[in-house]
Design a protein around this ligand. Structure first.
Ligand SMILES: NC(=O)c1ccc[n+]([C@@H]2O[C@H](COP(=O)([O-])OP(=O)(O)OC[C@H]3O[C@@H](n4cnc5c(N)ncnc54)[C@H](OP(=O)(O)O)[C@@H]3O)[C@@H](O)[C@H]2O)c1
Length: 240
């Protein structure tokens, strides 16, 4: 039996990855925080695909969540084939109004948390296992929406490249997906006019479906030769 842990696993991209992996027979540990439907989604995935699914409430902006997740793995004697570090925060305050405490919270959730979670649970990942981060096109192309988001997603990409050497002794591969614009709540909340502007900049003229990008995560998890790659999935952004 294969197992995967996914942060932000009950909604958006993480949920689509959960479905995709469950369909391939993975038992899942899904980390969520504010999703009121998490228990319902957990049960839905378990029933639909006949796999074991656990949902754990843990805030990625709180250091205590690292021990909480680690303790769950130890208490259940759970070894992982895949870890998908997908949940992320943003901050939309202007540059002038950004408070250091808010900047630090986003940095902690997007960069510190995955590093120290991995440090804690690395012995629970099997040899031959795989870690996949969710980066962002905004970590490659500077943009004007959120300074801390762009910087932390660039850091995510740098982490993937640097971690290769630190995870190699464990025989664990590490890769990242840099989504362009995926049609999750993250994008759905934007005004129609902004969504249209985005579509106009994409050669394919549309947002990516969560299930389309989920297949890329599965490929990175299961293809044993990807290591240190950031796969950009943007439908041809800036090609138009
Ligand atoms: N959608 C895009 O176009 C796009 C593009 C580039 C990168 N990304 C990245 O993709 C990842 C997932 O985003 P999405 O598009 O799937 O957005 P989403 O549908 O809004 O999902 C966000 C996920 O992050 C989790 N999360 C948020 N705050 C959390 C916290 N404090 N502790 C634990 N979990 C938390 C949420 O869990 P709860 O609901 O339970 O709080 C949810 O599962 C993010 O890292 C985002 O930066 C998205």
């Amino acid at each position: 039996m294969k197992t995967a842990l996914i942060t932000g696993g009950t909604r958006g991209i993480g949920r689509a990855v959960a479905d995709c992996l469950a369909q391939s027979g993975y038992d899942l540990t899904l980390i969520y925080f504010a999703d009121n439907e998490a228990e319902q989604i957990r049960a839905e995935i378990a029933q639909k695909f006949g796999v074991k699914v656990t949902a754990i409430e843990a805030d990625i902006s709180n250091e205590k969540s690292i021990d909480l997740i680690y303790n769950y793995l130890i208490e259940n004697n759970l070894k992982l084939n895949a870890v998908v570090l997908n949940a992320g925060l943003t901050l939309r305050d202007s540059f002038e109004e950004t408070k250091m405490s808010d900047w630090q919270k986003v940095f902690f959730a997007n960069v510190h948390f995955p590093v120290f979670l991995l440090q804690k649970i690395v012995n629970q990942i099997v040899a031959g296992g795989s870690v996949v981060f969710t980066g962002s096109l905004m970590g490659i192309e500077p943009h004007a929406m959120s300074l801390v988001y762009g910087v932390t997603k660039s850091a995510t990409h740098a982490l993937v490249k640097n971690l290769v050497k630190f995870l190699a002794p464990y025989n664990i591969r590490v890769n990242g997906v840099a989504p362009g614009f995926v049609d999750t709540e993250w994008q759905k909340n934007k005004p129609a006019e902004i969504r249209k502007n985005i579509e106009n900049k994409i050669a394919l003229q549309r947002f990516c479906l969560p299930e389309e990008i989920a297949q890329v995560y599965k490929m990175l998890i299961e293809n044993g030769y990807f290591n240190g790659e950031i796969i950009v999935v943007d439908g041809g952004y800036s090609y138009k």
